[in-house]
Design a protein around this ligand. Structure first.
Ligand code: ZN
Length: 398
C-alpha cells in the first residue's frame, strides 16, 4: 500500500521513499514505492511528471485502491530513492483544480446550477452544468463571484470524515462510499469530497477566466482557465486583437465596428461585381453571336465554340445561359484554367447535350452531366479541350 504524501501536503515537491517493486512493462518500468508525492491520474486531475532517482517518470497511475504505479524509462533498484516533481506542471493542476471547485460552487450559489462533471485538460478545463439555459450575463456573474472569493484569499483546507460526517457538515455533492473520505473545504464558501491536490489559499489560483460555453446533450459545458493559463489566454487574446487593429488601422476598441463595416463593404462590392460580371456575360454573348457563330446542323442552328484561358466555371455557365437564351444557339464552351466544359442549347433545338458532353469527356478521362439542354463537366488535361470541342462540333453537325 502506497502512502500518499500529497493527501496531506500538496506543496511537497521532493521526497524520500523506498522502492518496493520494480517490474518491466514493455520498454518501460513500473515502480511502486512505500510512499509518494506523485499524483496518479484520478478524479479528473491529470498525473504528475518528474524524476525518480535517475529515471524519468513518464506516467503515474492507480493500480487499485492501494498502490500508485510510477511508469519510468529505466529500471530502479529496490531500496531508498529520492523523487522530484515537475513542479510547474503540478502547481498548474492545483490552480485549475481549486479554480474548478470555486467555479462550481459559485454557479450553485448564484444560479443553483450544479456541476455534473468536469475535465481538467492540457490547454483548457471544462465543467458541465445542469441548466436549462446559460446566458453570457450568467457566465460573467459566476466569473465575477469566483474571482471575488479568489481575491479574498480564503484558506483551502483538507478535512477527513465518513460520508455521513461530511454530509452533516454540508458538502456540495454527496458521495456514497465506505470508510474515511477526504474533502476540500474553502473557508466559508464550499466543501466537496475530493482526492485531488489543491492550493493552500484561494489567492494562489490567481484568476479564473471563463472562455466560452456550449450546449452538450442536455447540459451546458463551460470552458475555463485559471492562474498562469488565464494570463496566457488574456495575452493571446490581446495579441490577436492588436493584430486585428493593426490590419484595420484602428484602435482596439473599434475593431468590432470596423469589421462590421468591412463585411458590409465586402457584401456590397460582391453584389456590384456580380452585376458587372452579368453585364459582361451579356455583352460577350452578343459579341460571340455576332462574330463567331458557326453553321450548325440545320439553318435554324448556330454554334458558338470557344476555349477561354481563365474563365471560372460560374462565368462559363452564365455565358452559356446568355447564349442559349437566344433562339437557335448551341454553345460549346470550355476554360483552360480549371478544365471546365459547358455544352448548352436553346430549348427548341433537338440535340442531346447531356449525352454529347458525357461521351466527349469520357474519352479524355473527364466527367460531368446535366440535362438535355444544359450539361457541364471537367477534364484533367486542359490541353485536350480544343480537340474535345472540335469533335463535339462535328458530331452536332453530323
Ligand atoms: Zn476536486
Amino acid at each position: 500500500m502506497t502512502e500518499r504524501l500529497y493527501y496531506h501536503d500538496s506543496f511537497l515537491r521532493e521526497f524520500d521513499a523506498r522502492v518496493v517493486s520494480a517490474e518491466p512493462g514493455g520498454e518501460r518500468w513500473e515502480i511502486v514505492l512505500d510512499r509518494t508525492a506523485f499524483y496518479p491520474t484520478s478524479g479528473g486531475q491529470p498525473n504528475d511528471l518528474g524524476v525518480l532517482g535517475g529515471a524519468a517518470v513518464l506516467d503515474v497511475l492507480e493500480r487499485n485502491e492501494h498502490s500508485v504505479v510510477h511508469v519510468t524509462d529505466r529500471a530502479l533498484a529496490r531500496g531508498p530513492i529520492h523523487g522530484v516533481l515537475d513542479w510547474p506542471r503540478r502547481f498548474d493542476h492545483m490552480q485549475q483544480h481549486t479554480g474548478q471547485h470555486l467555479l462550481s460552487a459559485a454557479f450553485v450559489e448564484v444560479f443553483h446550477f450544479p456541476t455534473v462533471s468536469f475535465h481538467l485538460g492540457r490547454e483548457v478545463s471544462t465543467i458541465d452544468l445542469a441548466a436549462a439555459k446559460l446566458e453570457t450575463r450568467q457566465l460573467e456573474a459566476a466569473e465575477r463571484r469566483t474571482n471575488e472569493i479568489i481575491f479574498e484569499d480564503r484558506a483551502v483546507r483538507v478535512t477527513f470524515g465518513t460520508a455521513q460526517q461530511l454530509a452533516e457538515a454540508g458538502v456540495r455533492k454527496q458521495v456514497e462510499r465506505e470508510g474515511i473520505l477526504r474533502a476540500i473545504e474553502i473557508e466559508g464558501f464550499d466543501r466537496q469530497p475530493c482526492g485531488g491536490t489543491h492550493v493552500a489559499r484561494t489567492g494562489q489560483v490567481g484568476l479564473v477566466l471563463l472562455r466560452k460555453c456550449e450546449k452538450v446533450k442536455e447540459n451546458w459545458r463551460v470552458e475555463f482557465v485559471c492562474g498562469e493559463r488565464a494570463r496566457r489566454a488574456a495575452r493571446g487574446d490581446l495579441t490577436t486583437l492588436a493584430e486585428a487593429a493593426r490590419l484595420l488601422s484602428c484602435g482596439q476598441g473599434e475593431v468590432p465596428a470596423m469589421v462590421a463595416r468591412a463585411l458590409e463593404e465586402r457584401q456590397s462590392s460582391y453584389r456590384a461585381r456580380q452585376r458587372l460580371v452579368e453585364q459582361l456575360a451579356e455583352f460577350q454573348a452578343l459579341t460571340l453571336l455576332a462574330t463567331e457563330a458557326r453553321a450548325g446542323k440545320s439553318e435554324a442552328a448556330r454554334v458558338v465554340l470557344r476555349v477561354f484561358e481563365d474563365a471560372d466555371a460560374d462565368y462559363l455557365r452564365m455565358l452559356a445561359g446568355k447564349l442559349v437564351a437566344e433562339p437557335g444557339v448551341q454553345a460549346l464552351l470550355a476554360a483552360r484554367a480549371g478544365g471546365h466544359v459547358v455544352f448548352a442549347q436553346s430549348a427548341e433545338l433537338g440535340a442531346n447535350m447531356n449525352a454529347l458532353l458525357r461521351e466527349s469527356l469520357q474519352a479524355a478521362g473527364g466527367k460531368g452531366g446535366g440535362t438535355r439542354d444544359f450539361a457541364q463537366g471537367s477534364v484533367p488535361d486542359a490541353g485536350a479541350l480544343e480537340g474535345i470541342l472540335q469533335r463535339a462540333l462535328e458530331r452536332l453537325r453530323a
